[in-house]
Design a protein around this ligand. Sequence first.
Ligand code: SF4
Length: 114
Amino acid sequence: MKEMICIVCPKGCHLKVDENNDYSVTGNACPRGAEYGKNELKNPMRMVTSTVKIEGALLRRCPVKTSVAIPKGKMFEVVQALNSVTVKSPIKCGDVIIKNVAGCEADIISAKSM
Ligand code: SF4
């Protein structure tokens, strides 16, 4: 039995997930908490927000994020990919910086026009 706090909404329900009983979840006030608790043990996913180097802009780093959540186990590969890329100004908010980063079905997109 694993205990965790649901982070899907600000209510922060205290969940208990029983990995020996088909990942049944208790303590959730809504179905989203059950899904979160199950996924958190089976395949945890995270959004990544970071910055990449940019040339030709006033600032030296451009904020970026993943287009969708990625498997937590891919975080290191994604950060390595971010460290190896340099973009050139002008960049528009929402531009794709890296397509299918680290083999995930997520793109790295710009979070700011620069
Ligand atoms: S279980 Fe539902 S109500 Fe509770 S924190 Fe998660 S999303 Fe919010």
